[in-house]
Write a protein that binds this ligand. Structure first.
Ligand code: DGT
Ligand code: CA
Ligand code: CA
Length: 579
């Protein structure tokens, strides 16, 4: 489907027009068209075939023609002409958080800044702060944005990685020359962002499989092609490595290419101490002749076993204590996807969700859930269509009616704004009626640490706050976490029996792995919520569970493993103790 690609081109046009200082209506029309195209439920090529593009909302004749041109030629001439008027680096500067087209235009016109590198130099020299309308604070913000970008450069979100894995996976599963395949690397370890994808395959004819791999449709560039390994860059600029191994080495190779590198190194040292050698082909006992006797290699489990340790789940392989514990047979039993009995963060059409409560509940049932918590935004969050008290009461009634015939228990919830002073966006008499109350920061992200800490502590004094949703409010690669002291938050949560959410939306993953581990260590309870605004978001559970496992969370640490009556009782008890 070309929808996303076209939406991106239309947005590029809008941005370039804005950098150019064009008429705002014209800019808006391209931005709106980009929005429309990106949210189309259908392949735009099909709509074009029916001749219906110009009847889409917000798409007039001129933009429709440009879309048609792209579908035919793969290019939009108008965009190419616009691009010629500016240096290439300008559009890339838009990725810097806090920098929009208007500022970029001024930077270009007044200081001749042409790319991010030039921007960095000018900020350091103090030139940017001196520009009219900029000032020290803006310059500092830009610098933070630049640093932020360089930290996340070249890495992409797990949800994007999953798309590519699924695509290559379908191809490998269908391919008769491939007997088995698995993804390794950071993806298998469940990391929050991925540098590149590492795929392992089993085949009797490696060379043929590698050749076919490098000749796949979405491959833009082949960076390496050998007898047993190939490396490609896909059209979305993501590197995928494929290695083909023999059956007897499958487990050892899986272990090696899953990493992490630090885990591998530590494991090899561990082997050496036992007079063994471990590499990607297998585990060997050292012999006088030097070749070594093959001990294990076909499965990972066997390799760990022969090393005298428990199987270590990929999410734990970061060399942070897991090897010593596995050798003592003392690894924790991590929470699994099948333990999750419901989702604790689901939106509906009451606020900014795309589906009704009944539809989300039905989808939850299909996921095998026992219950689902519908938590819409609260009244003051206007951009997300926050729910008024009147509508909230209507929602309560609707849920009560649905529950009479529903095979999945629907919990009456809300995601209530924590206002800037720490007060909550509904009065207590309303909060007390909720089955479950999530509280979250959605505004004033830039408050300094002391204010932010106070804001959260005040909110946590409210007995009806059951869960703090996305506690640090970060957006991976887009927005820094708020200045809250996470250790303090965890301590308070443990003390007051307030649950900390592990928001499983792939841009958030918040709390993140290291925070989860600290929460588990201090006995704070955790919840999983997909922040689902549509049915398909319920599948983000997989990212949440992996993140929980990376934080060493066990079943008992996660309240989603409770049945509905137990969960409701847990919430009732925690509110009573606090009052
Ligand atoms: P990424 O791609 O940056 O998200 O992270 P990884 O962990 O996927 O790293 P990658 O793709 O460079 O390598 C995949 C795995 O291969 C890595 O987790 C462990 C293994 N590996 C790579 N280089 C080395 C190395 O120099 N020594 C050892 N022991 N293992 C390595
Ligand atoms: Ca990798
Ligand atoms: Ca790699």
């Amino acid at each position: 489907m070309k929808n996303e690609e076209i939406a991106k081109k239309l947005q590029d046009i809008a941005n370039l027009l804005e950098i150019k200082g064009e008429n705002p209506f014209k800019i808006r029309s391209y931005a709106n068209a980009a929005e429309t195209v990106s949210s189309l439920p259908e392949d735009i090529a099909k709509i074009a075939d029916r001749g219906e593009i110009s009847s889409l909302p917000g798409i007039g004749k001129s933009i429709a023609e440009k879309i048609g041109e792209f579908l035919e030629t793969g290019k939009i001439n108008y965009l190419e002409e616009l691009k010629k008027q500016f240096p290439d680096g300008l559009l890339k500067m838009l990725a810097v958080p806090g920098l929009g087209p208007k500022k970029i235009r001024i930077l270009f016109e007044k200081l001749n800044i042409r790319d991010i590198r030039g921007l960095e130099i000018a900020v350091r020299r103090g030139d940017v702060a001196k520009l009219p309308g900029f000032g020290e604070k803006t310059a500092e913000n830009i610098m933070r944005g630049v640093e932020f970008l360089s930290r996340s450069a070249g890495r992409f979100l797990v949800v994007k990685a999953k798309e590519i894995v699924d695509d290559f996976g379908r191809w490998l599963t269908k391919n008769k020359g491939c007997e088995n395949w698995a993804v390794c690397g950071s993806y298998r370890r469940g990391c929050e962002t991925i540098g590149d994808l590492d795929i392992l395959a089993l085949s009797k004819n490696p060379e043929k499989l590698i050749k076919e791999f490098t000749e796949r449709k979405y491959v833009a560039k082949v960076s390496a092609r050998g007898k047993t390994k190939g490396s490609v860059i896909t059209v979305d600029n993501i590197q995928v490595d494929l290695r083909v191994v023999e059956k007897k080495s499958w487990g050892a190779a899986l272990l090696y290419f899953t990493g992490s590198k630090k885990h591998n190194i530590h494991l090899r040292e561990f082997a050496v101490k036992k007079n063994l050698t471990l590499n990607e082909y297998g585990l060997y006992r050292k012999t006088k002749t030097g070749a070594g006797k093959f001990l294990a290699g076909s499965t990972e489990k066997e390799v760990y076993e022969k090393l005298g340790m428990q199987y270590i789940p990929p999410e734990l392989r970061e060399d942070s204590g897991e090897i010593a514990l596995a050798a003592e047979q003392k690894l924790p039993e991590l929470v699994e996807e099948k333990d999750i009995k419901g989702d604790l963060h689901v939106h509906s059409t009451y606020s900014d969700g795309a589906f009704s409560i009944a539809q989300m509940a039905e989808a939850g049932l299909k996921m095998g859930y026992e219950w689902i918590a519908i938590c819409d935004h609260s009244r003051s969050l206007k951009i997300a269509n926050g729910v008024s008290i009147k509508d909230l009461m209507r929602k309560k009634e609707e849920i009560r009616e649905l529950n009479k015939k529903s095979r999945i228990k629907i919990l009456f919830g809300a995601e209530v704004d924590i206002l800037k002073d720490g007060s909550l966006d509904y009065p207590d008499e309303i909060l007390s009626q909720l089955d479950v109350c999530l509280a979250a920061v959605h505004t004033g992200f830039k408050q300094p640490a002391d204010e932010m800490n106070r804001r959260l502590l005040i909110a946590m004094e409210n007995p009806y706050v059951d869960i703090i949703a996305h506690p640090t409010a970060r957006l991976i690669g887009k927005r820094n976490p708020i200045a809250v002291d996470v250790d303090m938050l965890i301590e308070k949560a443990a003390e007051k029996n307030i649950v900390l959410e592990v928001n499983s939306y792939p841009d958030r993953l918040d709390l993140k792995d290291s925070h989860i581990r600290e929460a588990v260590r201090r006995g704070a309870k955790l919840s999983l919520g997909c922040d689902a605004h549509s049915i398909k978001h319920l599948n983000y559970r997989t990212f949440g569970v992996k993140t929980l496992r990376r934080g060493w969370a066990k079943r008992g640490d996660v309240i989603n493993t409770m049945s509905a009556p137990r969960l409701l009782n847990f919430i009732k008890m925690r509110r009573e103790i606090k009052k």
